[in-house]
Design a protein around this ligand. Structure first.
Ligand code: DGJ
Length: 731
C-alpha cells in the first residue's frame, strides 16, 4: 500500500520503497505538512511541526479555536496562500470575485485511486503501478476548491503533485499565482544545487546555501531555457554523491517557471515551484478549473547518485512514451555541422553513402531543405521542400538515402516564422506581436502564436503533409528563439496574462497530435541545443539535443550537470570535427567517441572529408557503442569524479553499472595536463564487494571491493585530452 489513510489521526501518508511523505488535517481543518524524508514505521508526525513558541508578529485566525500561538505563518502547509497571515512564500495568489486576495483552504475530502492520475493537456508521469491520492480543500468563504493530486511510484521513490483550482462560484476569479508545490522542509540547513547556463554552455552546476533571502531559479523566456533548468536539488549542507539527504524537485513543464527557496522565521526552509508569476494572470470563469503543471520529487537518504538513478528510471519508464522509449535507437548522422545550409541532395547522399559504410543507420537532414532557406534569414513557416536544392522531391531524396541502407530524418522549427516567408506575408497575425509595437526579432525570426487553434492547424497540416510525403523515420523539433511581445489577437485585454501558458498548452497539443498521427517516427527535441531540456518535453520526445556545443571537453560539464535529473538515453550526443566549431579545441577522435557514448551517440560532421583511419575509428566506435548499448542506456549511473577543479583531479569520470553489479562501463577523460603527473586511481561504484572482475578482458582478476575502495589505475597518456574506457565484467 503506497498511500495510508489514518482517520483516527487524520493523517495521509505516502509511502515509497525508501521514503515517507505525510500530511495531517489539523483540528482547524488546515492540511498541514508534517514530514518528507526517510521511510519509518507509521507514526503521526504532527509533534514535529506543532505550534511554534514566540509569535513574532504572526497573526492568528479568530474562531472557536482561537490560540494566539497558532498562526498560518507558523504551520507547515501543503498549500500556502497569501493575504491571511502566512507571510512566507506562497503558492497560490487568488483574486476573489469581490476583488479581495484572501484564501483559506480547509480540508473537505481525500480519495485514494489505483493508477496514476493524468492532467488534461499537460505532460505528466504515468503508470498503472502507481497510486493516486486526491485531497480536496475548499476556501472558508467562497466556493473555490483546490484539488491536490499526488502520484506515488513506490519503486522509484518518486512522488508527483499537481493542483487543480476549481471555481464553483457564479463569477470569474483571477489566479495571479498558481504554483504547483509548497514544500516545508524538515528542520535543517540546506543547500540548493541548480543548473544554470547559456547557449552552448547548458546545465552548469552551482551550489548555494539557502539562507533567509530568497533563492530563485526561473525563466521568463517562454521556454524552460538554457539559463536555468526546471530542476533543483535541496540537500543537506554536507550531502554529496553518496551521503546525506537530497530532495530532487523537477517540474514537468517547458515554459516560464520558478523554483524558490527561503529560510523563514522558524529557521525552516520552504520551497515552492511552478509557473512563473511574472506576466501571469489567469481567469478561471464560473464552473471552470485551472490545472497547474506537475512537479516530481525524489528524496534520497544517501546522496545524489541514488536520487539521480530514481529520476532516470522513472523518466525512462514512466515519462517517455512511444515506440522508442525502450527500443534501441538508430545511430544517426546529422548534416548540420557538416554542411550548415550549403548542401544539395547529391552532397547529402554522398555523406550517407560514406556513413552507411561505417555502420550509421539514420541520416538526418537538418535546417535548410524548405522554402528559400539558404540562410537563417527566411522561410520558417514555409514547410515546402525546396526541390531545386533536393534535386527532386523529398520522396526521391528519402528513397536515395534508403537505397544506401539508411533511414531518413528531417528537421523542423514549427513554433517560429520568418518575416520573410510566404506564411508571414499571408498571415502576419500568426506571429506574437503587441498592438502598436514592432515585435523584437531574434535570429531574424518571430514566434508563432501557438495559443491559437487556427495557427496550430495550419502548422499541423503542413507538417503532416511533409511527413506523409516520404519515408521519414525521425524528426528533430527545434526552437531557436524565446518569447517576446507576448500578446494574442484572439484574446481580450484582460486575458493577455494567460498567453505564455496557453502558448505552452498549444505546443503540447500540437505535439500530441503529430505524435498520434506518426507513431513510428522518432522525435528529438532541440532548442538551440539544450534550451528546453525538461521533463515536459521528454513526455513527447524521448531524446533531446543536449547542447549545440559538441566539444568533448565542454560536454563533460554539460553532460555531468544534465545527468543529475535526466538519463543517458535522453541526451543527444554527437562526434563532431576538430578544430571544434564552437571553441576551436582539438581533441582525440577516441575521446570524442567515448564522451558521445554516454548519450545517444551519433555523428555531426562531413564524413566525406574524413581520412580512412578516422573512418575506421568511427566504424570501431559504432560496434563498441552497440555492444554496450543496453548497459549504457539502462544501467545505474554514477558520477565518479566531477569536472570541476575542487576535485583536485586531472580527470572527469563516470560509470554505468548493471543493477545486479555484474558488469560496468566507466570512462575517465583527462581535461587538464600536468608535467610529471602523479598516478590517479579510479574508484568504481555499484559492483559486488565479494565478486571477482576482469577489467578490459584482463588476465588479472580484481575483487569488487578492491575496485571500489582502492580503485583501478587510470593509464597515463602523453597527449592532450586522452580518455580511457574501462569495461568491468564479472570473471
Ligand atoms: C539549432 C540546433 O541546435 C542545431 O543543431 C541546428 O539544428 C540549428 N538550430 C539549425 O538552424
Amino acid at each position: 500500500m503506497a498511500i495510508l489513510r489514518n482517520d483516527a489521526d487524520k493523517t495521509l501518508t505516502l509511502l515509497t520503497k525508501n521514503t515517507m511523505y505525510q500530511m495531517k488535517v489539523d483540528d482547524r481543518g488546515v492540511l498541514e505538512h508534517t514530514y518528507y524524508g526517510k521511510k519509518m514505521e507509521y507514526m503521526d508526525m504532527h509533534y514535529y511541526v506543532e505550534c511554534i513558541d514566540g509569535a513574532s508578529f504572526s497573526p492568528y485566525p479568530v474562531n472557536d479555536k482561537t490560540d494566539d500561538r497558532y498562526s498560518y505563518n507558523h504551520i507547515s502547509q501543503e498549500l500556502s496562500t497569501s493575504g491571511v497571515g502566512d507571510f512566507r512564500i506562497s503558492a497560490i495568489g487568488l483574486r476573489n470575485t469581490d476583488g479581495s486576495y484572501g484564501c483559506e483552504p480547509r480540508f473537505v475530502s481525500a480519495e485514494i485511486r489505483d493508477g496514476k492520475y493524468s492532467l488534461n493537456g499537460l505532460p505528466a508521469f504515468y503508470g498503472d503501478e502507481a497510486q493516486t491520492l486526491v485531497v480536496t480543500l475548499k476556501d472558508t468563504v467562497y466556493d473555490i476548491y483546490f484539488h491536490l493530486y499526488y502520484g506515488v511510484f513506490e519503486e522509484y521513490d518518486l512522488i508527483t503533485r499537481s493542483v487543480v483550482v476549481e471555481n464553483k462560484t457564479n463569477a470569474s476569479i483571477k489566479l495571479e499565482k498558481a504554483l504547483s508545490l509548497t514544500l516545508d522542509m524538515p528542520y535543517g540547513s540546506y543547500d540548493m544545487l541548480y543548473f544554470h547556463g547559456r547557449h552552448t554552455r547548458e546545465r552548469i552546476l552551482e551550489r548555494t546555501r539557502i539562507k533567509h533571502a530568497r533563492t530563485t531559479v526561473a525563466s521568463v523566456r517562454g521556454a524552460s531555457s538554457h539559463m536555468h533548468n526546471p530542476f533543483v536539488v535541496i540537500a543537506d549542507k554536507n550531502a554529496n554523491e553518496d551521503y546525506g539527504s537530497a530532495w530532487g524537485i523537477a517540474l514537468v513543464y517547458s515554459g516560464n517557471f520558478e523554483i524558490t527557496a527561503e529560510k523563514n522565521l522558524q529557521e525552516k526552509t520552504r520551497v515552492v515551484a511552478g509557473i512563473n508569476t511574472e506576466n501571469f494572470n489567469y481567469e478561471v470563469p464560473a464552473g471552470e478549473s485551472f490545472t497547474a503543471p506537475e512537479v516530481a520529487m525524489v528524496y534520497s537518504a544517501n546522496g545524489f547518485a541514488n536520487m539521480s538513478n530514481c529520476f532516470h528510471k522513472a523518466i525512462r519508464n514512466n515519462l517517455c512514451r512511444g515506440k522508442f522509449k525502450n527500443a534501441q535507437r538508430p545511430v544517426l548522422i546529422n548534416n548540420w555541422e557538416g554542411t550548415y545550409f550549403d548542401f544539395n541532395a547529391d552532397k547529402l547522399v554522398s555523406m550517407a553513402h560514406e556513413a552507411a559504410k561505417m555502420g550509421v543507420e539514420l541520416f538526418v537532414m537538418d535546417d535548410g531543405w524548405f522554402g528559400k532557406r539558404d540562410n537563417d534569414r527566411c522561410a520558417l513557416g514555409d514547410w515546402t521542400p525546396n526541390e531545386e536544392k533536393l534535386q527532386g522531391t523529398l520522396k526521391s531524396l528519402a528513397e536515395r538515402i534508403n537505397a544506401e541502407g539508411m533511414k531518413f530524418g528531417i528537421w523542423f522549427e514549427p513554433e517560429c516564422i520568418s518575416p520573410d516567408s510566404d506564411l508571414y506575408r499571408a498571415h502576419p497575425d500568426y506571429a506574437l506581436a503587441m498592438p502598436n509595437r514592432t515585435p523584437q526579432q531574434s535570429r531574424h525570426q518571430y514566434v508563432i502564436d501557438m495559443s491559437r487553434k487556427e495557427v496550430r492547424d495550419n502548422i499541423y497540416n503542413q507538417l503532416a503533409k511533409v511527413l506523409s510525403s516520404a519515408n521519414i523515420s525521425y524528426v528533430k523539433w527545434d526552437f531557436n528563439r524565446h518569447l517576446t511581445d507576448v500578446y494574442s489577437v484572439e484574446l481580450p485585454a484582460e486575458k493577455q496574462g494567460e498567453v505564455y501558458h496557453r502558448y505552452m498548452l498549444g505546443v503540447y497539443e500540437l505535439l500530441e497530435r503529430i505524435l498520434t498521427s506518426f507513431p513510428n517516427v522518432l522525435f528529438e527535441s532541440c532548442s538551440g541545443g539544450g534550451g528546453r531540456f525538461d521533463c515536459g518535453m521528454l513526455y513527447y520526445m524521448p531524446q533531446v539535443w543536449t547542447s549545440d556545443n559538441s566539444d568533448a571537453i565542454d560536454r563533460l560539464k554539460i553532460q555531468y550537470g544534465t545527468s543529475f535529473a535526466y538519463p543517458v538515453s535522453t541526451m543527444g550526443a554527437h562526434v563532431s570535427v576538430c578544430p571544434n566549431h564552437q571553441n576551436a579545441r582539438i581533441t582525440p577522435l577516441k575521446t570524442r567517441g567515448n564522451v558521445a557514448y554516454f548519450g545517444t551517440y551519433g555523428l555531426e560532421l562531413d564524413v566525406t572529408k574524413m581520412t580512412d583511419d578516422e573512418k575506421a575509428e568511427i566504424a570501431r566506435q559504432i560496434v563498441e557503442f552497440k555492444k554496450h548499448y543496453e548497459l549504457i542506456q539502462r544501467g545505474d549511473y554514477y558520477r565518479l569524479i566531477s569536472p570541476y577543479p575542487e576535485e583536485e583531479s586531472l580527470f572527469c569520470a563516470w560509470e554505468v553499472v548493471k543493477p545486479d553489479g555484474s558488469e560496468a562501463l566507466a570512462c575517465a577523460v583527462r581535461y587538464e595536463s600536468d608535467a610529471c603527473t602523479a598516478p590517479e586511481f579510479l574508484k568504481l561504484k555499484g559492483l559486488c564487494e565479494n565478486k571477482w572482475y576482469t577489467v578490459n578482458d584482463s588476465k588479472e582478476k580484481y575483487l569488487g571491493s578492491a575496485l571500489m575502495n582502492a580503485g583501478i589505475k587510470i593509464p597515463y597518456n602523453f597527449f592532450t585530452y586522452p580518455s580511457t574506457l574501462f569495461h568491468i565484467k564479472e570473471a
